[in-house]
Design a protein around this ligand. Structure first.
Ligand code: UDP
Ligand code: MG
Length: 320
């Protein structure tokens, strides 16, 4: 019988984790043609999320967990789950009940049909703040235009993938991960299904506007070098204009003699060029920082405790 691993990244989800587990258990018990296993990733929660997960593991042999030494972010949590999964299929799902696990029926039929992956996207952003929705839309439009990956708006990480695709995703071992881009970059055939946006069952979102903004910049710089080219193009354009202007001034001075004044135009040009220089340095800096972080080659996550690879369900220490 084929096995499906359910990967659940959890960060301070104490309020919903039991509800999630019980509901998932109920839905999955109706499917008899597959075996299931849970891999809960406790992403350095400061509440008692891990204790609750250990509670599930005590009663249920299918429950595996990895607990991080600190908060490494959802990207790291998903990576840890995929890396430690051995199932034929892997489902990535949020712990907050925003991803209806019932969709697993459709997802399984899609992969049986021959798709490598079945991903769910939110058809609406009902319940999201308007400003956030607006900026997210613009981000997807912009990123899809300038990068070589295509990320549909509303696509989250809620998806079922087969072993081939999982192996490809895990093989991309970059430290600064942007899964939405990685899933698209590796290729494979993906079936898209949509679902209605559901509000969080309890607890609160870990995403502030600022965090999302930073995430957007990471997404753009991870899959495109177009901003660097933008700096070169704007730089060339400004230099060329400056050169034309210079010739104009020389000729004008030769014919009409020097004129004083022109404060407004001078200051405008200086500020404009200054702005472009700073912007270009900033863009360059983004990429240099990325190179810096990658060459350090630090682990993507560090495990504090885990019950993977043991049968008794007791703790094991070690890192990845
Ligand atoms: N999450 C995580 N590490 C983090 C932030 C979030 O593992 O640093 C998990 C979180 O527990 C949840 C999922 O990622 O299961 C989605 O997070 P959240 O609901 O905060 O994001 P949103 O649904 O608002 O995009
Ligand atoms: Mg959520």
């Amino acid at each position: 019988m084929k096995r499906v691993d359910i990967i659940v990244p959890c960060y301070n989800e104490s309020e919903v984790i039991t509800m999630f587990y019980e509901n998932a258990d109920k839905v999955l018990s109706e499917i008899t043609s597959y075996k299931f296993e849970f891999i809960f990733i406790d992403d350095g929660s400061s509440d008692d999320t891990i204790d609750k997960i250990k509670g599930f593991a005590k009663k249920d042999k299918r429950v595996k967990y990895i607990s991080f030494s600190r908060n490494f972010g959802k990207e790291a949590a998903m990576y840890a789950g995929m890396k430690n999964s051995g199932g034929d299929y892997v489902l990535i799902i949020d712990a907050d009940m925003q991803h209806p696990i019932e969709l697993i029926h459709d997802m399984l039929s899609a992969v049986e049909e021959g798709y490598d992956c079945c991903a769910a996207f939110r058809a609406t952003r009902k319940g999201d703040p308007l400003l956030r929705t607006f900026f997210t839309r613009q981000f997807y439009k912009f990123t899809n235009k300038i990068s070589d990956v295509n990320m549909p708006d509303g696509a989250g990480d809620f998806r079922l993938m087969n072993r081939n695709m999982i192996n490809a995703v895990v093989a991309m071992s970059e430290v600064q991960r942007f899964s939405k881009g990685i899933f698209s970059w590796v290729g494979f055939r993906t079936k898209w299904i949509n679902f209605e946006n559901i509000e969080r069952a309890a607890g609160q979102t870990k995403w502030s506007f600022w965090k999302l903004f930073m995430y957007a910049i990471d997404g753009i710089t991870a899959f495109s070098t177009a901003p660097l080219r933008f700096a070169s193009v704007v730089g060339s354009f400004v230099s060329l204009s400056a050169f034309v202007f210079l010739i104009y001034i020389i000729i004008k001075t030769l014919i009409f003699g020097p004129d004083v004044g022109g404060y407004a135009s001078t200051i405008t040009v200086i500020l404009f060029i200054g702005g472009i220089i700073i912007l270009s340095c900033g863009i360059l800096g983004e990429y240099v920082a990325k190179i810096y972080m990658e060459v350090k080659n630090r682990p993507i996550y560090i495990t504090k405790t885990s019950n993977i690879g043991e049968s008794s369900g007791e703790d094991k220490d070690g890192d990845n």
